[in-house]
Design a protein around this ligand. Sequence first.
Ligand SMILES: Nc1ncnc2c1ncn2[C@@H]1O[C@H](COP(=O)(O)OP(=O)(O)OP(=O)(O)O)[C@@H](O)[C@H]1O
Ligand SMILES: [Mg+2]
Length: 239
Amino acid sequence: MIQVAGLTKAFGGSKVLDGVSFAVPPGELVALMGLSGTGKSVLLLHIIGLLTPDAGTITVDGEHITELSERKLLAFRRKVGYLFQDGALYDFMTVGENLAFPLKEHTRLKAADIRAKSAAYLKMVDLDGAADKYPSELSGGMRKRAALARALITDVKVLLCDEPTSGLDPIRSRDISLLIRELSKKAGCATVVATHDIVNAFRIADRAFVLDRGRFAAQGTEQEVRGSADPFVKEFLAG
Ligand SMILES: Nc1ncnc2c1ncn2[C@@H]1O[C@H](COP(=O)(O)OP(=O)(O)OP(=O)(O)O)[C@@H](O)[C@H]1O
Ligand SMILES: [Mg+2]
């Protein structure tokens, strides 16, 4: 579903990504781990075409996204759910309106169907009853759950989550992580979770990638990554 080959990106002369390659089949959840500032968000932004690579190719669901016109790119993004690093609900809309928004933008569903679908997705993330609340009235964990429901609501094939546990306590972090796994598996999404939360990354990921100086210093199952002889990986995992 996601194929990245030789992805290279520099900002102002400093290379953030230096020939990164990987693939994620439908239904697989991978964790993208690494220190702050190593390029996790930059990598995710390439997968939805919000950044363009200096070199390399990105194919999602058979589409070469670097070659898409602006109009086709907009259509392509409907297939991709993105949980932004800061949650990014619209503050001026209620939770229900936040969920309805992508459906209004991207589908031809009738108002009643939009309401029903929004309610069903809110229930799925255990937020039934919160439809009329504003994001400012919710806790951080509730906001993340609402944003997750909104990311998934257009029946996406790809789910990208950027630091889904940041700012949450250990219990809420575990819960949102397990919920991401449950819902992405149910939807059959190819899912990438960018995080430096090692515990939860291994808790939910089928495979993990550790990004260091523009490349993957280790990749594979938890056992394979933990068994890596790479000095950076060892230090990163040791905390
Ligand atoms: N639009 C941009 N213009 C210039 N530099 C950028 C831009 N976006 C990211 N960078 C730089 O690229 C590097 C990687 O940033 P990125 O946000 O991907 O890190 P990250 O791994 O997601 O970190 P964190 O864990 O803190 O979220 C940083 O040095 C950042 O300053
Ligand atoms: Mg980031």
